[in-house]
Design a protein around this ligand. Structure first.
Ligand code: DX5
Ligand code: ZN
Length: 227
């Protein structure tokens, strides 16, 4: 297992999602944006929890030697306990399971036992109460701002109330939990999401579909930091 630095939990981090990168050149695409990013967000989909089917541990281990960034694996899978050890061995630094998935709480325990950061994600329709009980044991909570499965979707502003509620709860309890938001993040929504209290911004199409992905990542951070 590895333990790449996640960065200061209070600072803004940019996590490009490889889902929108060139799957025939992931190594090169990550190298292009590396100077302007903090984490790498790897979207894992099983074709059951979400309609799409993407990557597995083999891609994580293939990319591992070529990036010193924290690998933030987003497991959109029905049964995460089946896969956590494989992702940990492949080089994942953090694994986020969905609260809607099978045995989510036990999966979080598994992740910690494997020495990787434990994250919990909630879909747009899932009430924030579903994750509050877990907050004290999490390294990260991920608020989905699109219905999971595909990149390039429109941001769902209604989820911002959950971001604000989680920000308030994390601060009230004095927890050092990363608050990540994922889906439809672009230069318009980045400052709004950061303003609501998100500290990690995932962006796929806004970065990798841009003419200059490195400049796009830099611009996303700059816009997010404007109060
Ligand atoms: C969707 C994924 C997201 C997605 C983000 O299920 O979890 O990480 O790739 O892509 P954009 O930024 O294009 O919405
Ligand atoms: Zn994701």
């Amino acid at each position: 297992m590895t333990s790449r630095d996640p960065g200061d939990w209070r600072s803004l981090r940019i996590a490009p999602s490889i889902l929108s990168a060139d799957f025939a050149a992931l190594r090169e695409d990550l190298a292009r944006v590396d100077p302007e990013i903090d984490w790498v967000h790897l979207d894992v989909m099983d074709g059951h929890f979400v309609p799409n089917l993407t990557i597995g541990p083999a891609v994580v281990s293939a990319l591992r030697p070529h990036s010193d960034r924290l690998f933030d694996c987003h497991l959109m899978v029905t049964d995460p306990r089946r896969y956590l050890e494989a992702f940990a061995r492949a080089g994942a630094d953090s694994c986020t399971v969905h609260v809607e998935a099978h045995e989510a709480a036990a999966a979080l325990d598994d992740a910690r036992a494997l020495g990787v950061r434990a994250g919990l994600a909630l879909n747009p329709d899932t009430p924030v109460e579903s994750v509050l009980a877990h907050l004290g044991t999490l390294d990260l909570v991920l608020v989905m701002s699109v219905y999971p499965g595909f990149g390039g979707q429109a941001f769902i502003p209604e989820v911002l109330d959950k971001v604000r509620a989680l920000r308030q709860e994390i601060d009230a309890q004095g927890l050092e939990v990363d608050l990540e938001i994922d889906g439809g993040i672009d230069v318009t929504w980045a400052p709004v999401a950061a303003g609501a209290g998100a500290t990690v911004l995932v962006a796929g199409s806004a970065i990798f579909r841009a003419p200059d992905p490195r400049a796009a990542a830099r611009e996303l951070r700059a816009r997010a930091l404007v109060p």
